[in-house]
Design a binder for this molecule. Structure first.
Ligand code: SDX
Length: 446
């Protein structure tokens, strides 16, 4: 690439014009012109390195804290159009999958790129179902936590601990091994979650029942008491399965980025999933559903909503469950979740906090502060109301996000591993610290 002689494309009549798929850049510090190729409406950041003032300069970088405008990969898993409120897994709309699919079928789609045939689905369900048990030693590990330990802290630790039970998981470029760890992770997440919940209640663990569906078995391990055979309520079982579908993946969000970044060091998938779970725990990410419930409880009544909204607009607090880095329109998942909520409330009774939530949404959708910032309800705004009505404590809400997102994390991890363009993640920095200075003895400081 010759920076002074821009690449041109000779047209039929002999005239020349700039090639359409390049960016013409002039560095006004030197007057040099550069042609930078454009692919997928994007430039390769390393193409900027040729832009220098002096030949021995490092060359130009791009600066993008929090990756507001930086693609870290090419991916085929999930497509989001934030302005149009579109979400698709492998080309299938979230609306159709929520209506017609199941979580395990959707997880297969996300991981393999295609909907399974009948025999593929049966084999997939068989293997996930037969990997729901955990090693008895993991129970001892979980018993070591305080009764009031946050279940997300228990989950992060327990998932990492699984890496010590399956050392062969380090063989990450062995396809059969990756599939076995995938069965284990997807199969065991509900068991670890349920055991963490039962630990907090001081109740004995209820073992998996392989006769039940993925969501049904999860409800069994959570709520089974003295009955010989737990029978999940079909409405709640279906509602949970739909919620799992809605949470399965969401392209390059914070926790997916953690999965890819940590996985890029070629660590095993259990350790990478523990890192992703830790990222999800944050109140700005998957921990938001817990914060929404705490916020609604703090507001307490409809009459307090205007004063709370006033505090939000004064920048004193956030309207948790609102806003999104990508969606500048209504999160399509929130719309579906509101419908799921109606079904759950019919069984469990209407959640009294729903009126407060609906009033917050009504005001936010009209008030210029929120409209100007394009702050709409996101996936976390209504899920907590459903979970609370189903009997979950607020601390379990982010755990209910982590369980289904495991399939998305594994799909992102695997795509990163098999992408020839990817290697260990190691961002650059702009150094703004001290220049070289001599060591100061203790008497010379201060
Ligand atoms: C998830 O990335 C994903 O895909 C995540 C997720 C997934 O499926 O993986 O969709 C799941 O994490 C959903 C988001 C859950 N988090 C919350 O609900 C927490 C509350 N929301 C915010 O913290 C915020 O909206 C984020 C973190 C979600 C997005 O933050 P951005 O894109 O960095 O936006 P920003 O913080 O720069 O905000 C832009 C402006 C700011 O105001 P100004 O400085 O311009 O005056 O909007 C304001 C913010 O103060 N703002 C809010 C707000 N969110 C943003 N003001 C009040 N309440 C809010 N919730």
């Amino acid at each position: 690439m010759n920076p002074t002689k821009p690449e041109t494309q000779v047209e039929a009549e002999g005239t020349t014009r700039m090639s359409r798929d390049t960016l013409s850049v002039t560095d006004n510090r030197t007057g040099k012109a550069y042609e930078i190729p454009i692919q997928h409406d994007t430039i390769h950041a390393t193409d900027l390195r040729q832009i220098k003032v002096n030949a021995d300069d490092f060359g130009m970088m791009s600066y993008d804290p929090a990756f507001n405008n930086t693609a870290l990969c090419q991916s085929k898993i999930t497509y989001i159009d934030g302005d149009k409120g579109i979400l698709r897994y492998r080309g299938y709309s979230i609306e159709e999958l929520a209506e017609k699919s199941t979580y395990l079928e959707t997880a297969y789609l996300i991981l393999n790129g295609e909907l399974p045939t009948k025999s593929q689905l049966e084999e997939w369900i068989y293997h996930v179902t037969h990997h729901t048990f955990i090693h008895e030693s993991v129970k001892k590990f979980l018993d070591g936590f305080h009764y009031d330990a946050h279940p997300m802290g228990m989950m992060i630790s327990a998932i990492a601990a699984l890496s010590t039970f399956y050392p062969e998981a380090k063989d990450i470029f062995n396809k059969e091994s990756r599939l076995r760890q995938t069965y284990r992770l997807i199969g065991k997440m509900p068991t670890l979650a349920a055991f963490s919940y039962r630990h907090s209640l001081g109740m004995p663990f209820a073992y998996p029942d392989n006769d039940l569906s993925y969501a049904g078995n999860f409800l069994n391990m959570l709520f089974k008491t003295s009955e010989l055979k737990y029978r999940p309520n079909p409405t709640l079982e279906h509602a949970l399965d739909v919620l799992f579908i809605l949470h399965a993946d969401h392209e390059q969000n914070c926790s997916a980025n953690a999965m890819r970044c940590v996985g890029s060091s070629h660590v095993d998938p259990f350790s990478a999933t523990a890192a992703a779970t830790a990222a999800l725990y944050g109140p700005l990410h998957g921990g938001a559903n817990e914060e929404v419930l705490r916020m609604l409880l703090e507001i307490g009544s409809l009459s307090n909503v205007p004063a709370f909204i006033k505090r939000v607009k004064a920048g004193e607090t956030k309207l948790m469950g609102f806003g999104h880095r990508i969606y500048k329109n209504y999160d399509p998942r929130a719309r579906i979740i509101k419908r799921v909520a109606d079904g759950v409330f019919e069984i469990m009774g209407r959640n009294p906090l729903l009126n407060i939530a609906l009033e917050c949404e009504r005001i936010a959708l009209e008030d210029d502060y929120f409209v100007k910032r394009k702050l709409y309800p996101n996936v976390d705004f209504y899920t907590g109301l459903i979970y609370q009505s189903m009997g979950f404590p607020v601390t379990m809400f982010p755990v209910l996000f982590a369980i289904p997102r495991t399939s998305g994390w594994i799909a992102q991890w695997q795509e990163m591993l098999l992408d020839p363009e990817q290697k260990i993640a190691r961002p650059r920095q702009i150094y703004m610290g001290s220049e070289l200075r001599p060591y100061a003895s203790i008497g010379q400081r201060g």
